[in-house]
Design a protein around this ligand. Structure first.
Ligand code: ATP
Length: 491
């Protein structure tokens, strides 16, 4: 069945309008088979980003893949279309934004072919180094301001600026990404944002970086990005976010009351800049009233001596100690992205793990074949207090546990219940609903890939399973035991 959803003249129907006109040098339509898909670079709430190589040019790209059904189910069609539109507007005229080269689709997925930021994101660097030196902070804040000048001059508000969305190119210049929450301003936006808010129902962006006006009233405008800029400067200088709390609610309360303080030793001039950006009234934020963007930011003492016409090369003080082979696309892979390939890439099975870490062992369990009928009866009685008993049709549970069941791009967390019978049921532990059963037969076969990942092969399907606790081998052994009990001739 084709699920159609039209927004602003775009459609998620296969072959209608999503595909973007490619740059002049390449007019042929693109398909997944034009690329070899390699490692998963990152996962967002609605997408998976793969490293991919163009088979014609050998050029590397980051391809963002979105599952149509998931986008429609989560009502994110508008965001996807907006991201595409904003990236189209930005084109390749700013060095500080990720570039969209092509878009295309197949019946299940949408593909954005983006410039590949080889050196990860600012958040990962903060995790490695805790915070950036003042010199680095000044440099990257300057690049971010130049990016914001460009974006705002084109009437676009990012609305989800945060260290995760600031990537590093191969030459360590900044690349701003994730424009799915962006807003294209119109003349009446400032006076009447109510409509936008009512439609949204909830704030956009990320809790810790969201501005007070996006929480309280209806508006989000260029100044919301200036607020996020203040939060980012605070975080890269100190290593922590200004507004922290055990829940989103607590974080919001702190934002609304401007409850934050500076750790000891926080650079005095950077502190002054942050204080001038983290101001409740958006109109009072530094830069908000600039006739020419963002002269008042450029003139702040934090940037003393900065040559805004040429920032020079990035300061070379990064931790580049990533595993050397981590981002390589193995030569033996075929072009294209089908479900099996996607699952394998997700499970990181392209390259064998170096040395398997010592495998986790579950407590010894008696083999099912060793139990007497009386013992089985006694265990069944005891099992009645198990919250999953109602799902197993009075069969004795031999093994149960959380397993991530992967299908295509997405993994679903399930509780798997291996029982006599034999059965291998799975239940959604959040909604406590029965989800299905892996069909048993004498031909069922297990395959452990590493201590987390295992496959169950059935005649018609291969189940990609992952035990987050690392008991994959135990699962395979338990299933094999049950199999040998019921199908001795096959083992
Ligand atoms: P969110 O849940 O934040 O909305 P999303 O679905 O919009 O996320 P992105 O943030 O665009 O997805 O991408 C997810 C991750 O993939 C990023 O955090 C980053 O690690 C990686 N990534 C995205 N784009 C690129 C790129 N061009 N080059 C390298 N890595 C990238």
């Amino acid at each position: 069945m084709c699920v159609c959803l039209e927004v602003h003249g775009f459609s998620l129907c296969p072959s209608v309008n999503f595909n973007m006109t490619p740059p002049a040098e390449e007019v042929r339509k693109r398909t997944p088979s034009d690329y070899i898909f390699g490692k998963v670079l990152g996962e967002g709430s609605f997408s998976t980003v793969y490293l991919a190589k163009d088979i014609h040019t050998n050029k590397e790209y980051a391809i963002k893949v979105l599952e149509k059904a998931h986008i429609i189910r989560e009502k994110k069609t508008e965001n996807v279309m907006r991201e595409k539109e904003v990236l189209r507007i930005l084109g390749n005229s700013s060095p500080y934004f990720v570039r969209l080269y092509w878009t295309f689709q197949d019946p299940e997925r949408l593909y954005f072919v983006l410039s590949y930021a080889k050196n990860g994101d600012v958040l990962s660097q903060l995790e490695k180094q805790q915070c950036l030196s003042i010199e680095c902070a000044r440099y990257y804040t300057s690049e971010l301001i130049l990016g914001l000048e460009f974006l705002h001059d084109r009437g676009i508000v990012h609305r989800d600026l945060k260290p995760e969305n600031l990537l590093f190119q191969e030459n360590w210049h900044l690349l701003i990404t994730d424009l799915g929450s962006a807003k294209i301003m119109t003349d009446c936006d400032n006076e009447n944002d109510d409509f936008d808010k009512r439609r949204r129902n909830s704030f956009v962006g990320t809790a810790q970086f969201v501005s007070p006006e996006m929480l309280t009233d209806t508006s989000s405008s260029y100044e919301s990005d200036l607020w996020a800029l203040g939060c980012i400067i605070y975080q890269i200088v100190s290593g922590v976010m200004p507004f922290r709390g055990g829940s989103e609610y607590l974080v919001f309360q702190k934002i609304l009351k401007l409850l934050y303080d500076f750790p000891e030793g926080f650079d005095r001039v950077a502190k002054d800049l942050v204080e001038k950006l983290l101001v409740i009234d958006p109109r009072q934020r530094l830069g908000a009233n600039d006739e020419k963007r963002y002269t008042s930011l450029r003139d702040h003492a934090f940037f003393n001596g900065q040559n805004w016409d040429d920032l020079g090369p990035p300061p070379a003080m990064f931790d580049t100690s990533d595993e050397p082979n981590a981002k390589i696309i193995p030569d033996h892979l075929e072009p294209g992205l089908d479900e099996e390939k996607a699952s394998r890439l997700h499970l990181d099975l392209l390259t064998p793990p170096p040395e398997p870490p010592s495998r986790k062992k579950s407590p010894p369990n008696r083999r099912i074949t060793d139990l007497t009928p009386l013992e089985i009866q006694q265990r069944l009685e005891a099992q009645k207090s198990n919250i999953y008993h109602s799902f197993v049709e009075d069969n004795l549970i031999v093994k149960q546990g959380v397993v991530d069941k992967r299908k295509g791009l997405f993994a679903r967390r399930r509780v798997f219940l291996l029982t006599l019978g034999p059965h291998l049921y799975y239940v959604d532990p959040v909604t406590m609903t029965f989800k299905g059963e892996v069909p048993w037969s004498a031909d069922m076969r297990t395959e452990a890939k590493n201590f987390k990942t295992f496959f169950v092969h059935t005649p018609n399907r291969k189940y990609y399973l992952e035990d987050p606790e690392g008991y994959a081998l135990e699962w395979c052994k338990a299933i094999d035991d049950v199999k040998s009990y019921y199908y001795p001739e096959k083992t």
